[in-house]
Design a protein around this ligand. Sequence first.
Ligand SMILES: Nc1ncnc2c1ncn2[C@@H]1O[C@H](COP(=O)(O)OP(=O)(O)O)[C@@H](O)[C@H]1O
Ligand SMILES: [Mg+2]
Length: 221
Amino acid sequence: MGVSFKSRKNQVEIIRWRGNTYVLKTFPRRHHQRARWEYLMLRDLNRLQLKVPPPIKMPTSRQILLGYVPGDNLCDRVSAFADPRYAGQLASWFFHFHSATGNRYTKGDAHLRNFIVHKWTNDIYGVDFEEMHRGNPIHDIGAICASILDTDPMFTSAKQSLCRHLIGQYLSLTDMNTPEPLIDATLLALRATLRRRKRDRGLSHHVANFNLQNLMPAGFF
Ligand SMILES: Nc1ncnc2c1ncn2[C@@H]1O[C@H](COP(=O)(O)OP(=O)(O)O)[C@@H](O)[C@H]1O
Ligand SMILES: [Mg+2]
């Protein structure tokens, strides 16, 4: 057994195999079909040159072996310092993902914890594609902004500014001409998080006082 990652749903660990480092993700028996789905999605995304870990093989029907991406989890990075640079990187990662999939797919589980900042190149890699599905790309942007805002410390001005930048950068890359749908999707995702959470930790206050203007990118007032 190697080092295990923090994981809500599956068992994810670093392993050594034939002298190299890999990540082994084991799905619960009842969700074994998700292993194959994630493996196939990763294979396609890898071929489309997206920054995702390369899928190596499926050792069993509920396991996937992936290339290891060395680096820090973006959730830890953003909690330490909400560097505006991450906004541009996330916007461009999502823009590439959405355009490569014909704007018909949503990553799903678009949470900061599912992104890794590569140790040497500083590029952002996306992980966790078991929930990838057909859907409107705006939900990914809403979900990632919600995840920036709802992690402690919540709704800081630096985090709101990060979301403003992310929304602005994503808009500038796409042919969308107004940020409102992305801001609405953020509020929707925050409400969904609130319904799921057992302990509120102050989120309901922020959601009740959500001000659309705070996430409006420069030039859209
Ligand atoms: N290929 C990888 N390289 C490095 N770290 C990874 C890799 N895949 C997953 N991780 C780490 O393990 C965590 C859990 O993996 P993930 O695929 O998100 O599982 P779960 O579906 O259980 O959330 C991720 O948040 C990430 O920090
Ligand atoms: Mg995950």
